[in-house]
Write a protein that binds this ligand. Structure first.
Ligand code: SAM
Length: 461
């Protein structure tokens, strides 16, 4: 009867790579469940067996049950959604297959172990599968204890073999898969570790990033270990050849690599972020940069009849979408894409709306957008916030011209803009979409730095 499930990371298949904690855990397992993926992967089943033979004392009785892995559709031609659903269906089928074995355990067999290649935290579904098994037994009134023992992962061994750290000082490491690499690659990611790459996707980056360095390793930890290091552009042909030959010999290949910009690589176009600012206030309204904690203001400003009516699509935000928008405001600010502020009632500190400056068009131009939550409408908050943000845009952010527009019928929006000094510049026919599929004319306004300086009586325009 099942009592405990242990998920044990066994490193890269060599008994020397198994931690002391994992070795101890191995000796407590009565039945190991091993996915038999058929064909070439049989080598990996054999490697797991070697680990058990080497580390489990002879007087500890255990069985290894190979569970035929359910079939899984091809990955390469599936989009992200179909891929995710395919993996979830596959996991569900695995849970059924493992439960069938666990239900048939002999009396006295209480501890089941899963031997996980590398570390269970890296691109491995065993923990998710075990969670589902534990839930399934809990639903049937059976409490199953479970734990996870860490193992040596492929990226760790890759770094050790090449005698490098995975990151530059204080810089991030991005770990991804071959199918995502080309779409995601950006110098700002820092060092990039690529796993699960069936076709050396990094070859596609060689032209665009000729100085990118590759640290490649295959069959790490085995006697067939292969290592290549050099500029992608220089070594990619060699790696492709070595990899193809090895695959031919073994019938399978597992490789991992690190991509690194050389230290002296040109940084590339660095985004110019907006300057940091603290709260700006006129005593009645305060504006300050949006943080993730402001997500409810972001939601409430948008999710009301009037705002949805003026919106392009008329769709309310879910709480998750509002959290996401509030969370990404920090990144948008740092990259200079948008400076998003929350408007706050200075007297109470309650969030009253949002106002933002999007970078757009020629240099020096900012497009302003704003909205107030229903309880604060009609109190002049938009005009006050526009004045505060305009001052910041011209005095601190170096902008030369602010623009904004509203649907022709949205008279209140235009009045607030005009009171803050924005001048109407004309009517743009059929520019803005409506939720019902029709389009509205837009009334367009601007406020230039010169006009603003003049209006506040500053001579240095
Ligand atoms: C399903 S993931 C499992 C990763 C594993 N849990 C770990 O911690 O490394 C399989 C991928 O791990 C990498 N990998 C696993 N074993 C490897 C080895 N011996 N040498 C190089 N890469 C390996 C490869 O990128 C492979 O596509």
């Amino acid at each position: 009867m099942i009592e405990r499930i242990r998920v044990i990371g066994i490193g890269m298949g060599s008994p020397e790579h198994v931690t002391g904690e994992a070795a101890q855990a191995l000796s407590t397992v009565d039945v190991f469940l091993v996915a038999d993926k058929g064909g070439a992967r049989t080598d990996l089943v054999a490697a797991r067996q070697r680990v058990c033979d080497a580390l489990i004392p002879a007087d500890h009785a255990y069985r290894v049950v190979e569970v035929t892995d359910p079939k899984r559709g091809p990955d390469a031609d599936r989009g992200d959604t179909a891929y995710g659903q395919g993996v979830r269906d596959w996991h569900a089928a695995r849970v059924d297959a493992y439960a069938a074995v666990i239900d048939g355990l002999d009396d006295g067999e209480t501890t089941v172990g899963f031997l996980v290649w590398g570390d269970p935290a890296f691109y491995d579904s065993t923990i998710r599968v075990v969670d589902a098994l534990v839930e399934r037994y809990a639903a049937a009134g059976v409490d199953v204890e479970h734990d996870v023992i860490a193992g040596l992962s492929a990226p760790q061994l890759l770094a050790a073999r090449h005698r490098i750290p995975l990151n530059r000082i204080g810089a991030p490491i991005h770990v991804t898969t071959g199918r995502r690499l080309v779409a995601e690659y950006d110098r700002a990611l820092g060092d990039v570790v690529v796993m699960l790459d069936g076709g050396l996707a990094c070859a596609e980056l060689a032209d665009a990033f000729p100085d990118l360095e590759l640290f490649w390793g295959a069959y790490l930890g085995s006697s067939d270990e292969l290592l290549v290091r050099g500029r992608v552009a220089d070594v990619i042909d060699e790696v492709q050849r070595v990899r193809a030959e090895a695959r031919e010999r073994h019938g399978w290949v597992m490789d991992t690599y690190l991509l690194r910009q050389p230290a002296d690589a040109p940084a590339g176009p660095t985004p110019t972020g907006y300057p940091e600012t603290g709260p700006l206030t006129d005593g009645v309204v305060t504006v300050r940069p949006v943080t993730v904690g402001d997500w409810e203001v972001v939601r409430d400003e948008h999710n009301n009849e009037e705002s949805l009516g003026w919106d392009f699509f008329g769709e309310a935000y879910t709480d998750d979408e509002a959290r996401q928008k509030a969370a990404q405001a920090r990144r948008e600010w740092a990259s200079g894409r948008a400076a998003r502020f929350v408007m706050v009632d200075a007297a109470t500190g309650v969030g009253a709306g949002v106002i933002g400056v999007m970078r757009m068009g020629p240099p020096g131009i900012g497009l302003v957008g704003y909205g107030v939550v229903p309880a604060f409408r009609g109190r002049g908050f938009t005009t006050r916030a526009l004045r505060l943000v305009s001052r910041w845009a011209f005095e601190s952010a170096g902008l030369s011209r602010l623009e904004l527009g509203h649907k022709a019928d949205n008279v209140a929006s235009g009045k607030a803009a005009a009171k803050a000094g924005f001048r109407p510049e004309g009517r743009l026919a059929q520019r803005l979409p409506n939720p019902d599929g029709t389009r509205s004319d837009e009334i367009y306004y601007s406020l230039t730095r010169v006009d603003w300086m003049r209006s506040v009586g500053t001579a240095s325009a």
